[in-house]
Unconditional design. Structure first.
Length: 151
């Protein structure tokens, strides 16, 4: 099978090489890639480059840190405290700004009562939809059998 002939069904297998290295291909797909690699210098070169990259990444020390250590670092009390303070400040500022905007909107004499009603109905409808979806997700979260699955 000569990949340079450009015939139908003779496309390069570059997009499958990562799966090939990871052992994620079916036996039939693996055999097709093996056959293609036997005749295609470009894809063979690409495979060797990917293998070299994988070896270099393995030696880089990035993969030496255990997942539990990463999780501990991300969930330590300092990170959680600053995250909580950040969310508190953000939500407080949003509420204050929203209150000022609503007050300005209500007291603005340049906007007719009908337009105030339409705009209010639009935003209240959006808020109701948001609360509905949020409520549904929170209920679903309690019974989600995949919530503890780690990839």
């Amino acid at each position: 099978m000569n990949s340079s002939s450009g015939g139908p069904g003779e496309a390069h297998v570059g997009e499958r090489l990562s799966g090939y290295l990871d052992g994620e291909l079916t036996q039939q797909e693996k055999q097709r890639v093996d056959l293609h690699l036997a005749d295609c210098a470009d894809c063979s070169t690409m495979l060797h480059e990917l293998e070299g990259l994988r070896r270099r990444m393995g030696r880089s020390g990035l993969s030496q840190k255990y997942e539990d250590e990463w999780r501990e670092n991300m969930n330590d009390s300092g990170v959680q405290l600053t995250r909580g303070i950040g969310w508190l400040l953000f939500i407080g500022a949003v509420l204050i700004i929203a209150t000022v905007v609503v007050f300005q909107f209500i007291t603005d004499p340049g906007i007719s009562g009908f337009m105030k009603f339409l705009i209010s109905a639009f935003y209240l409808g959006l808020a109701a939809l948001f609360v509905s979806v949020l409520r549904q997700r929170l209920i679903e979260r309690k019974t989600d059998k995949y919530k503890d699955v780690e990839i």
